[in-house]
Design a protein around this ligand. Structure first.
Ligand SMILES: [Zn+2]
Length: 233
């Protein structure tokens, strides 16, 4: 029984490590979400820069078109004979020049925005690079923790074998069955004040006596766990 308790202690530690092996990788999934968010952030900033560049290009194209039109009208002015036609052309030229002026103003504003946008992008890239490095570091630490848990568990599993070999086969079988049924927690528990320390139910005085006297092995009739008394070790 004493060896069985040692075996159980190992088994419980193995159980806890297995639970950690399941939990540890889950910590990494939150970093995946974080990484994605950072990538989206950069993509947004880059998109903003591109949109501004595109708008500037469109303004420049429009200015070119309007200036070509202005030159055309200027040529026509030389040939027009009627005064009202002349005035109409002058008016058209005036309008186009105003539009060109507005576009030029917009280009200046865009250039300022582009500078700011580029500066923000560079700043964000720097910050995000640092954040990603931090995440990589934390993920590496998680990987190490995982590997250590696996090694520790394997080590304990190796320790179990010689112990299990020393436990009487029928007792070992009972123990393994109870553990398989319970899935978690101890399969052998102490009897304290005639009470099962697994389910906290009271056993009959006779059973308590037999356990204390170490004359017979008993399982708790409520939870099925094997019982032992501290005084017997
Ligand atoms: Zn019980």
């Amino acid at each position: 029984m004493k060896i069985l308790l040692q075996l159980q202690e190992l088994d419980l530690r193995i159980e806890a490590l297995k639970a950690r092996e399941v939990e540890i990788p889950k910590q990494k999934s939150k970093f995946d979400i974080h990484r994605k968010r950072l990538a989206d952030e950069i993509a947004d900033r880059e998109k903003m820069c591109k949109t501004l560049a595109l708008e500037q290009h469109e303004c420049e194209t429009e200015i070119d078109l309007k200036q070509t039109q202005i030159r055309k009208y200027d040529q026509q002015l030389l040939q027009v004979k009627k005064n009202d036609e002349y005035q109409a052309l002058l008016h058209e030229i005036e309008m186009l020049k105003k539009q060109v002026g507005l576009k030029e103003e917009r280009i200046i504003a865009i250039m300022v925005e582009r500078d700011e946008s580029k500066a923000r992008l560079d700043e964000d890239k720097k910050r995000i690079k640092a954040e990603l490095e931090d995440i990589d570091g934390q993920c590496a630490a998680i990987d190490t923790e995982f590997t250590e848990a696996v090694h520790e568990r394997q080590e304990l599993e190796r320790e179990c074998e010689p112990l299990a070999a020393q436990v009487p086969p029928d007792l070992l079988l009972k123990y393994r069955r109870i553990r398989a049924n319970k899935k978690t927690g101890p399969a052998v528990v102490a009897l304290i004040n005639e009470t099962c320390n697994g389910c906290h139910m009271r056993v009959t005085p006779q059973i308590a006596n037999e356990i204390l006297g170490n004359t017979r092995q008993h399982a708790c009739s409520y939870c099925g766990r094997l019982l032992y008394h501290h005084d017997n070790f």
